[in-house]
Design a protein around this ligand. Sequence first.
Ligand code: F3S
Length: 391
Amino acid sequence: MYLTREEERMLDGEYGEGVRKFMELLVKLGDIYGAERMIPVGSAQIAGISYKNIGDPGLEFLEEVSTDARVRVPSFMNPAGMDLDRWKELGIPEDFAEKQKRVVEALKRMGVVPTLTCTPYLAGLLPRFGEHIAWAESSAVIYANSILGARTNREGGPSALAAAVTGRTPYYGLHLDENRQPTIGFDIKAPISGEYGFSVLAYTITKKVKKGIPYFRGIRGSADELKVFGATLAAFGGIALFHAEGITPERVEPPREFIEIDKEELKEVKEEIREEYRDVDVVVLGCPHASIPQLKRLKELLGDRVFRVPVWVFVAYPIKEALERSGLKDELEERNVKILSDMCAVVAPLDVLGIKTAVTNSGKMFRYLPATNGVKTYLDSLEHIVEVLAE
Ligand code: F3S
């Protein structure tokens, strides 16, 4: 693999042991994927933040590399296993909280911004069209590639951190034009709306395609709907890029053949995944992290009603601040809705909190909450969740 003089100096340890280790990792990765060279990245987004996921070995590794490695490009953190301010209220154990804070502190020492969100693009990190970046969170990767037109592979925690510290990533995969061409077309012959509607559509598509790059005709959606759509495509199908006519900024040739998806088929899928619920331990919203318009919509739907079970809405920290200032946070909290930043239920220690059942409007949460925490999870529309659980 060709390395510039600067990259060789990193590999030779001239910038310290931490940088050397990270450059070594990137060179190995590049060799595995046949990259001819490195490219500079505009930003990095680091996953593997929750202590629940990385445990003591991950914490020790981060504390060790944080002694000398510093990031070279704007770098944001993915969600942790708890809200850094409200963890006690949630019942998170002290020892978990102490170790989770040490993870965040180690990354802060390296210069990673503690935004702790899966929606960095809502929190101040917005890549431009065509920009090469190294992001790790699957829902953010597909959003950046498909909606923003930036270019990133789905990085692992260590490779994203390596890109942050060196400012480089191996030039392969979705960084290259030839790997970004659509491989299969879908013609959507049904109106789709809401996070639930887009989750069901994404789930239906992933039953038909397990790899490749889909091209969609006939979908329209808000940024928030497309955020959930991409997250669910990534969760069920491992998809990191899609093209959608009128939405994706990148110009590509449409595929020759299209598979039609109609109302009837979507209705059948809804029936297949529908399960009745009357009470759950918690409602989980904000997967990916919610925006202000989504919270406003929740408030409108609720009106004067109050949820009779706790509702957790995950948001990026700057969104929580804005909700506080606008008074919307208090209005929602009075209705049994907790606005939580820095975290995600999937990487939180829900087992120790005694949570066994949940309902969500996000296909991604529906996919992962049972797998990671053994929580029985229902998928439903926000409108219906409010109907069933608020009074
Ligand atoms: Fe974000 Fe967690 Fe969903 S990281 S996309 S809230 S599963």
